[in-house]
Design a binder for this molecule. Structure first.
Ligand code: GTP
Length: 598
């Protein structure tokens, strides 16, 4: 096709502003999916996405649009996630596009990820079309939303389109605006072929499948191609586009977006951000690629059944193809055995990856309490990166510790400024400044430790502002901090996987709360289990799980064998999520208990 009739764009927004719903309407309006086959949020294809109602992975789809000018355009549309933890996923998709539809919910106005995603799109040099959504709702305030887009984002609002993803109103205008405002891809038809790999995944039958944007030239089935960074060569087994079902084609042309089946069985050979070129006619310069992202939150992941260790390694290798932001290294715990220390971009990311590992790879995992990356200066002048509390050197060897601090942005109605101040100061935040985006919306700037942000800050922010506040953050710098390690003893034995690092001022309070929580979470055993929190060689808090008296089988009066078996079976299932630590059965929640500190 003539690439002047191609439009490549992403749909970006703050979480829940309606990207996936607008994508549905576009699929419908362009007759990509027959009305009777139309489900909700078609592009959210993973189970986790449907259950949680959020987009986790970007999804590329091709639709054909018969425009008012009489021409038919090829739209390659990429729906992206909205949550802050998945910003990297968004930035990777943007590199495959010339334009972005920025969806803003007219009942909410500009929120934190509206700003951050708009900035990502601007920095990628894309044309931005603001789509003011949910105008069917009585509380929609289009005028205010327009002014916030101009004030907060410096995007001229006359380019915006008002739409309803629910009723379909305005979607036609949006499609016309995409034709007008998104530039056609540039790129040379006759240059040596070159494609950017912006995503990939592992398919058990076909090996590594990559999603690509063709920058120059064309690729055909059976071409021998080369990965420019790894210098690996393979033959294209199959290629095509998603509509959204996979549709094989003979070739992908300059400017187009599609998938390429590599047949490679070793996931580590393909890296997202790498450039694909023709082996016999290679491009000289690769695409700019992606910056490496640094994980911010670390946890230990341990198979409940130690035999699954190798499976966990394979699963991580394969998942990394689809999610290059995770990092992992082997870790051993006295309490939990062999596992991996895994780095994530945030807590939701952690939860999602753990769940994907369990579902897609059939594993049962324990995750230990999350930690950040501390920089420990020893008395001998060494500098250690410590991502696991159990690696923390003895207090005597430590000169000082630095912790990562964030620049945090909170957007909320002015009524909540007091509540946000109180909460953030309590999380060791320091206030910088605030600006009004409109009379009903302020943007506050803070600096605070990452370790405090992961301590329930987001949930508390939401609850104290009745859901009105939104949050965005980025790494700022390392700063010295008065930290110490808190250990937890169960029945007198320290459990390495429960240790965490805490600011000295908070050690007593957090130790106290943790002991109380663990007492609720750890089920009664046949014997009494004392729980103790220790810091600096002293016990600072304690609680006790009292012994269990009741015997489950006592209820059965000895008679009914099948009922007895059922009960035992049920008990066994209940146990599945538990890990025996010494003689104590500890459920998964215990390891996350430290995060809930209210
Ligand atoms: P993430 O992918 O999780 O970031 O969310 P999203 O931006 O894709 O939002 P989604 O499309 O899942 O919509 C969020 C909620 O808003 C859903 O309950 C939709 O049904 C609803 N919604 C979306 N668009 C409209 C609209 O135009 N009008 C109304 N009334 N509701 C809408």
């Amino acid at each position: 096709p003539d690439s002047s009739y191609i439009r490549n764009f992403s749909i970006i927004a703050h979480i829940d502003h309606g990207k996936s719903t607008i994508a549905d309407r576009i699929l419908e309006c362009t007759h990509t999916i027959a009305e009777r086959d139309m489900a909700q949020q078609v592009l959210d294809s993973m189970d986790i996405e449907r259950e949680r109602g959020i987009t986790i992975k970007s999804n590329a789809v091709r639709v054909m649009y018969a425009a008012d000018d009489g021409q038919t355009y090829q739209f390659n549309l990429i729906d992206t996630p909205g949550h802050v933890d998945f910003a990297y996923e968004v930035s990777r998709s943007l590199a495959a596009c010339e334009g972005a539809v920025l969806v803003v919910d007219a009942t909410q106005g500009v929120e934190a990820q509206t700003v951050s995603n708009a900035l990502l799109a601007m920095n990628a040099g894309l044309s931005i079309i603001p789509a003011i959504n949910k105008i069917d709702l009585p509380s929609a305030d289009v005028a205010r939303t327009r002014s916030e887009i101009e004030e907060g984002l410096a995007i001229p609002a006359e380019d915006s389109v008002s739409v309803s993803g629910k009723t379909g109103e305005g979607i036609h205008d949006l499609l016309e605006q995409i034709v007008r405002a998104v530039p056609a891809p540039t790129g040379e038809r006759d240059a040596p072929p070159k494609a950017l790999i912006f995503d990939s995944y592992f398919d058990s039958y076909r090996g590594v499948v990559t999603l690509v944007r063709i920058m120059d030239g064309a690729f055909s089935v059976h071409d021998r191609v080369r990965l420019m960074a790894s210098a690996d060569v393979f033959e294209i087994e199959d290629l095509g586009v998603r509509r959204p079902k996979e549709t094989p084609l003979a070739r992908l042309d300059v400017g187009e977006v599609g998938y390429i089946v590599t047949g490679l069985k070793d996931p580590s050979r393909v890296r997202v951000g790498d450039t694909l070129t023709l082996d016999r006619n290679p491009a000289e310069v690769p695409c700019p690629g992606y910056r490496e992202v640094k994980p911010m939150v670390f946890t230990g992941l341990f198979p409940i059944d130690n035999d699954q260790y190798e499976n966990l390694r394979d699963a991580l290798d394969r998942l990394r193809l689809n999610d290059p932001s995770i990092a992992y290294a082997p870790e051993t715990s006295a309490a939990l055995g062999f596992g991996f220390r895994v780095g994530f971009l945030g807590l939701l990311h952690l939860e999602v990856v753990k769940e994907r590992l369990e579902r897609e790879f059939d594993l049962d995992l324990i995750a230990t309490s999350p930690s950040v990356d501390y920089r420990v200066h020893t008395t001998k002048g060494e500098v250690l990166d410590i991502t696991s509390p159990q690696d923390m050197p003895d207090a005597g060897r430590i000169a000082h510790i630095e912790e990562p601090r964030l620049k945090v942005k909170v957007i909320a109605p002015p009524d909540f400024v007091g509540a946000i101040m109180e909460l953030t100061i309590d999380h060791r935040g320091s206030f910088k400044d605030m600006v009004y985006l409109s009379p009903t919306t302020v943007e506050m700037h803070w600096e605070m430790p990452l370790s405090e942000l992961i301590m329930d800050y987001f949930d508390q922010l939401k609850s104290r502002t009745k859901g009105y506040a939104s949050l965005d953050y980025e790494f700022f710098r390392y700063e010295p901090s008065d930290l110490l390690k808190l250990d937890v003893l169960l029945a007198g034995t320290p459990v390495d996987a429960l240790s965490f690092i805490v600011h000295r001022d908070k050690a007593y309070a957090r130790g106290r709360i943790l002991c109380d929580r663990l007492k609720e979470i750890i089920p009664r055993q046949l014997f009494e289990v004392p729980i103790q929190a220790a810091a600096g060689g002293r016990i600072i808090a304690r609680s006790t799980v009292r012994a269990r008296r009741k015997d489950v089988l006592a209820k059965c009066y000895g008679g009914d064998i099948s009922r007895k078996r059922k009960l035992l079976e049920k008990q066994k299932q209940g146990k599945k999520r538990m890990k025996a630590i010494g003689s104590v059965e500890v459920p998964q929640e215990a390891f996350m208990a430290i995060l809930k500190v209210d």
